[in-house]
Design a binder for this molecule. Structure first.
Ligand code: NAD
Ligand code: PRE
Length: 311
């Protein structure tokens, strides 16, 4: 006899890279009796129907949420509060409600006031993605060997957290639990600041204009090409990330600017030793990550504290 699926009905609100990948992975692993999907635009809903990944495609967020035992918001972080308000009165009293937002503090602040106290709110962030978006961009293997960070509020029912952990584990992720504040600080340096830098450098190269533009394209084989991939990421998603995690990103940006000034000074002074020392240190960091087979994993940021400066 086969075991019953982990969830009787999973509702996915939003069907882009992440919603689409969850649907494909959950289906491949048989984790839901039924997968119900909704998306904001009729065009996306029609495409989801065409793809045949969902058991049911419905027109409204409320309809998707009703009677689901797991509801996952797969939408930009800036939209989570309004959608929580919209679905609140349609949720099963014992539903697990989650999200996949790249920022956790703001999402928790904006969703919590609307959610009935009987539902189990377990915010999540799969630290896996690509620069692509939309209903065709998802794939079932996206989460394999990637971290998924859960940030449940203190008094969350352990059984609900364990059930969501089992879900993410079943689709390949490694699960870690932390507070929303710690999450936002760690992700500010590992994900948000790198995106800000990529958006900046590609814009800067573009502003160099006609003089060099052909050369920018022609010689962008390595480093710059990697930046252009990151800078092609979805503008709505990243606008929301920078607005929602403003404080942590600004803090990291402050430290980054100090370090950039140090390297700039070393260059000006012709201080090759300082440059060599810095590049040797960063090379060792990369090699350490690759050696332990964790180039997809976050380094240990246990010592990262708000306001803390590097020694
Ligand atoms: N792209 C990544 O690499 C990545 C990785 C991890 C987490 N995330 C997070 O996942 C979430 C979704 O990102 P994605 O990459 O799947 O985006 P996407 O653009 O591929 O899909 C977003 C979906 O949300 C819907 N949507 C947009 N605005 C909405 C609104 N105001 N109300 C309701 N629905 C709306 C869109 O129609 C679409 O179905 C974001 O919160 C993002 O921060 C993204
Ligand atoms: O690989 C990429 O394209 C990504 O940007 C993925 C990435 C990241 O920065 O690591 C982007 C945002 C998410 O919240 C999680 C993952």
């Amino acid at each position: 006899m086969t075991a019953p699926p982990l969830f009787r009905r999973i509702a996915l609100i939003g069907f882009g890279l992440i919603g689409g990948s969850i649907a494909r992975a959950a289906r491949a692993q048989g984790l839901a009796g039924e997968i119900v999907v909704t998306a904001r635009s009729a065009k996306t809903r029609a495409r989801v129907t065409e793809l045949g990944i969902a058991d049911r495609v419905v027109d409204t967020n409320a309809e998707a949420a009703s009677d689901a035992d797991l509801v996952i918001l797969c939408i930009p972080v800036g939209a989570c509060g309004a959608v929580a308000q919209e679905i609140a009165s349609h949720l099963r009293p014992d539903a697990i409600v989650s999200d996949v937002g790249s920022v956790k503090g703001a999402v928790v602040r904006e969703m919590t006031p609307y959610l009935p106290t009987s539902v189990h709110f377990v915010p999540a962030h799969p630290v896996a993605g690509t620069e692509h978006s939309g209903p065709d961009s998802g794939f079932a293997e996206l989460f394999i060997n990637r971290w998924c960070i859960l940030t449940p509020p203190d008094k969350t029912d352990i059984a609900a957290v364990d059930k969501l952990r089992a879900f993410w584990t079943a689709i390949g992720a490694r699960v870690e639990i932390m507070t929303p504040q710690h999450h936002d600080l760690v992700l500010a340096i590992t994900s948000h600041l790198p995106h800000l830098i990529a958006y900046t450098i590609v814009g800067t190269a573009d502003e160099l204009g006609e003089v060099t533009s052909s050369e920018v394209m022609k010689f962008s084989a390595g480093g710059f090409r990697d930046f252009t991939r990151i800078a092609a990421s979805d503008p709505t998603m990243w606008r929301d990330v920078f607005l929602a995690n403003k404080d942590a990103v600004l803090e990291m940006l402050g430290t980054f600017n100090e370090d950039l000034s140090k390297l700039t000074r070393a260059m000006r002074r012709g201080d090759g030793e300082a440059l060599f020392e810095h590049f040797t240190r960063t090379r060792a960091i990369r090699r350490g990550i690759v050696e332990i087979g964790q180039d997809s994993a976050a380094p240990d940021f246990g010592r990262l504290q708000t306001g803390a400066k590097k020694p």
